[in-house]
Design a protein around this ligand. Structure first.
Ligand SMILES: Nc1ncnc2c1ncn2[C@@H]1O[C@H](COP(=O)(O)OP(=O)(O)OP(=O)(O)O)[C@@H](O)[C@H]1O
Length: 237
């Protein structure tokens, strides 16, 4: 579903943020992308979702090139940044209506999904309120509901668990598993290694722009824990 091949990105000023990175995420898989601050996770994610141009390599989503066929990629992808910027002047339901229109989600299905995910994230009662009145966590929940509205084939999340309360985190984990069981793929970054260890089918560890480890979670961890593997790699490699 997601194929990143030899991706490299150098920012103006000369910082090489991603260096020859290759990875794939298959349908039905949850891929956890781990790395210390400044390792290159967000740069990779922004390249995948088409909001950051890259210098070398290729990215394909469901066989479509992100550079050559961006609309085909975007129509089947949902992306939530680490700090979602929503339209404050809209109400929650107006925002979801707007996103539903952009992705062409028809009325009945739209209502059903808004009810399903609104209830799951306990936001239904607040959907009539302006987004400007939402707390940080409520905005995150609204962003998540909007991302799920068109049942994306690829869900890309940057630090999705930061700011969510324990119940919402649990709900999100359940929904991620359900989405994958239905054949979608999920690519997400996190610093919460316990979550990654339990939730992910595959793990990739990025250090200074290079993917230093990638594979099935049980192979990456072995007899150890993800925290031990991560600290070992970050300190010694
Ligand atoms: N717009 C930019 N211009 C110049 N350098 C940048 C820019 N954005 C990021 N960088 C640099 O690129 C490197 C990778 O940054 P990136 O945001 O991808 O890291 P990250 O792994 O997502 O970090 P974090 O966990 O802190 O969010 C860092 O050294 C950062 O300073």
């Amino acid at each position: 579903m997601l194929k990143i091949t030899h991706l490299s990105k150098t920012y103006k000023g000369g910082k090489k943020a991603v260096d020859d990175l290759t990875l794939t995420v298959e349908s039905g898989e949850i891929f956890g992308f781990i790395g210390h601050n400044g390792a290159g996770k967000t740069t990779t994610i922004k390249s995948v979702v088409g909001i950051l141009d890259f210098d070398r390599g290729s990215i394909e989503i469901d066989g479509h090139s992100v550079k050559d066929d961006p609309m085909a990629c975007k129509s089947i992808t949902a992306y939530i940044p680490d700090n979602p910027d929503l339209y404050d002047h809209l109400t929650g339901i107006q925002y979801l209506g707007f996103v539903g229109d952009v992705f062409g989600v028809e009325g009945q299905l739209r209502r059903q999904r808004i009810a399903q995910y609104g209830d799951a994230f306990e936001l239904t009662a607040n959907l009539g309120d302006p987004v400007s009145s939402y707390s940080h966590g409520m905005k995150q929940k609204l962003a998540l509901i909007s991302a799920l509205l068109h049942a994306p084939k690829l869900l890309v999340l940057d630090e999705p668990f930061v700011g969510l309360d324990p119940k919402a985190s649990h709900t999100l984990k359940q929904i991620m598993a359900e989405l994958c069981a239905q054949g979608s793929a999920i690519f997400f970054s996190t610093h919460v290694l316990e979550v990654a260890e339990k939730l992910c089918d595959r793990i990739g560890i990025i250090k200074e722009g290079r993917l230093v480890v990638s594979g099935p979670t049980h192979e990456v961890i072995g007899q150890s824990s993800l925290e031990d593997v991560f600290l070992e790699l970050i300190d010694h490699e």
